[in-house]
Write a protein that binds this ligand. Sequence first.
Ligand code: GLA
Ligand code: ZN
Length: 671
Amino acid sequence: MTKRTLPTFLYGGDYNPDQWPAETWTEDIRVFKQAKLNSATINIFSWAKLSPAEGQYDFTELDAIVAQLSAADFQIVMGTATAALPAWMVKKYPAIARVDYQGRRHHFGQRHNFCPTNPDFLRLAADLVDHLAARYVGNPHIVAWHINNEYGGNCYCEQCQAAFRQWLKERYQTLAKLNDAWNTSVWSHTIYNWDEIVVPNELGDAWGAEGQHTIVAGLSLDYLRFQSAALQKEYQLEKATIEKYDRHTPIMTNFHSTPNKQIDYQAWAKDQDVIAYDSYPAYDTPPAQPAFLYDLMRSLKHQPFMLMESTPSQVNWQPYSPLKRPGQMIATELQAVAHGADTVQFFQLKQARGGSEKFHGAVISHSGRTDTRVFQEVAKLGQILADVGPQIKGSQNQARVAILFDWANYWAVEYVAGISQDLDYMQLMLDYYQPLYDLNVPVDVISVDDDFSQYDVVVAPYLYLIKPGLATKLTDYVSAGGHFLTTMMAGMVDETDNVYLGGYPGPLKELLGIWVEESDALLPAQTVPIELAGQATTGALLADLIHPQGAEVVGKYAGEFYAGTAAVTKHQVGSGTAWYVGTRLAPMGLRALLSQVLQMAGVASLTHEPTKVEVTKRSQADGQAYYFVLNLSNQPAELPHEFATGYVDLITTQAPAQQLASWQVQILQAR
Ligand code: GLA
Ligand code: ZN
């Protein structure tokens, strides 16, 4: 099979002409062209319109939309429309609607709420997709198939329970193995028959908000694995249905959120021809956060990704949605491109006049005018992308530093009962990402299954759950000269959350050259002083009591009854090193520590002086390099010295200005 890729740099987004009279489409398309949009994503939520009753289809309207966009030479991203259920379907098959964490069967309403194992849903979804694919296959304007929408959430219905038991049988084979994996001797939880297993919702072994607490972590982790896999199977069914007709066009779904906790995107990535991501940073989101998420999305396939959704102005669902400042929209869209996006797409192209998203921003606003501030900026970005998109498309971001991100750990760390309720997986990820971001050191955010050997430094915050083989893989990596850093809670448990006995950090003890005896939980405002390579800093959240066993002490506590003992250690193994940080280091301390690791590993920054701008680099296979210099702030900022001469800014086609205005971006190419 040929590699399925997008033909050009797409600039467009979700367009819902089926929400409007057909007479309005011509004018919409004219206006889109004025802004240099070249693509539209359609048919995302149109199931009820396409199918008024079971087995009945009417494609008249969609035919007309496709014909009109094709005639205008738009690149169409075709949705499969399965993410919002028609009313007739839920009336006829009530079990298609999910049962929630509280045990309540939902009725018709909302979207993204189908039971992933319900046979009627699977049959009806496959039938719709079959009709759709058969009808539109071969239209050269369809450049991608977009399956469903923003998969997520869990179902706790009887059907899922039955499917879960089956999934467990395949995973464990025997109940003895299952009882062992879940350590069911605690609280009389021994399972004697497969049909005694019940879903871990609020009525069963979980409590508190969904994903927050559980009695049997092995059960709850397995349920999350199962639900992610069940939704993935639904995705695979739709994909296979399209592939019956079309084996050339890229197929994907759109990933989302911070990131979506319920869906293991690393497991899903293999089924995506291209990764597509929806990005909605809020007004107060630090720019390092979207950067981290873009790096995660790019690293899922180590390929450029699609920025599938973003808002040209405001959203309607965050608590406050201040206007994006002049230039801010362009800068934040280009930030995604800087981190590897090969499309810029909006939700949505035309603002709805009714429904829940009528106050969500769009390219064409309620005024219908093109002399608006937002439209003018969209058009300006359209010109930039028309100029530079073709050159940049397909170029790669290269990183020598990796951060390990792992969904099983995301789930397990946040389920931990004790010793602090403030364990926040994303927070520690961002703690470690921030100094690398500030130093303009390129980072890949990779899976524990990725090849580590291409990185000089691998950083693994909260590597709490260690699956079989991982400790050996890390040891081999370090022995071969790699530099590995991990943190408090590392190596504590196996895949079903049972503790590795013999002292923490379990299977990583030898590699790290330490033994952790106890861990102090620091209260919310409490810090412990730390002396780190001659500098004073602090630790928070947890403070591990560490016994070095071969490791060198790099940082010591300077307070509490454990003053003078190790807080940060470094263990030389062959030509590599293994570092352990037993507390949540304050930002300056962490930055100093990471600088030390980078220096030792010989990893250079893209900038050689402290700077307020973000700099990334994308390179084409022929060596052509593009530096993105982004001022993601409301203040002007200086261009880093090394770019002062010898570069042209592809946006202005001039030598780069030495000072970037607020929200200014330069795309620099060596002369
Ligand atoms: C999500 C959905 C879209 C739309 C936007 C609004 O990303 O996929 O359909 O609701 O949010 O921000
Ligand atoms: Zn279900």
